[in-house]
Design a protein around this ligand. Structure first.
Ligand SMILES: [Zn+2]
Length: 245
């Protein structure tokens, strides 16, 4: 049990390290395969400069060659991906479904960080997340239901976008949000999916109050609301039943 937990955490921070590569390179349309290099001096990193979390600590956050500062984003993304894997593991145990879903939530995390930086997300990762959300049960009947829910939520969000854009007089919400809505529908189903969308809009309120930016990235809030609703599935279900019925 302890060994398995340690393995899951190492797996999570390693995937987090890979997410940093995706976050940095996909928006620049660079290949994700060549070895890592320092963004300042471009010198190729040695394998021991690439150990998730630890390298940042023993290099004291600076490049080993040119001494330029390494962004704190790297260890933070690695650490949080480890946390995501650990929470999902404690919730559902180890298995194929765990591996697919934790990878899926890792992709959503990468999409969130990319959205924060660029106010747009790459279709490649978004479509991968949507596909995984539909097929993860690996059971034809369940996949079909997930597919139906993805269509329902994607369609509803597309309509909502037209309505809001019409009344606001400018393009509201990004196309990426429609795919994310499909992912939410596939994983949570109609009932809790609607709750997650509602929760995501509540989560934006403090951000809107604090932020001075006009354009607010929405993917991070959708992803966070999906994760919270997925983890507290049972509790939220009972609470909603008590309130609504
Ligand atoms: Zn350097």
């Amino acid at each position: 049990m302890i060994l398995e937990t340690i393995f899951i955490i190492i797996l999570g921070v390693s995937i987090g390290s890979f997410l940093n590569v995706l976050i940095y390179r996909i928006p620049k349309r660079e290949s994700i395969l060549p070895a890592s290099h320092c963004q300042k001096c471009r010198v190729k990193l040695k394998p021991w400069h690439n150990i998730p979390l630890f390298s940042y600590l023993f290099l004291k956050g600076r490049c080993a060659f040119c001494n330029s500062k390494i962004s704190i984003q790297y260890p933070v993304v690695e650490f949080l991906t480890g946390v995501i894997f650990l929470i999902l593991y404690l919730e559902m145990g180890f298995g194929v479904e765990f591996l697919i879903l934790s990878f899926l939530f890792a992709i959503l995390f990468a999409l969130s960080v990319i959205d924060l930086y660029h106010k747009a997300v790459p279709d490649s990762l978004n479509l991968l997340a949507l596909t995984l959300a539909i097929v993860y049960p690996l059971n034809l009947e369940a996949i079909f239901i997930n597919f139906e829910n993805a269509l329902l939520f994607g369609g509803a969000f597309a309509f909502l976008r037209f309505y809001v854009s019409y009344f606001v007089g400018r393009e509201a919400m990004g196309e990426g949000d429609i795919m994310m809505a499909g992912t939410i529908g596939a994983i949570l189903g109609a009932y809790l999916g609607v709750f997650a969308i509602f929760l995501s809009s509540i989560l934006t309120i403090p951000a809107i109050l604090i932020s001075k930016e006009r354009e607010m990235p929405y993917i991070p809030f959708l992803a966070l609301a999906l994760f919270i609703t997925y983890i507290f599935y049972g509790e939220i279900n009972i609470a909603l039943d008590n309130i609504l019925f």
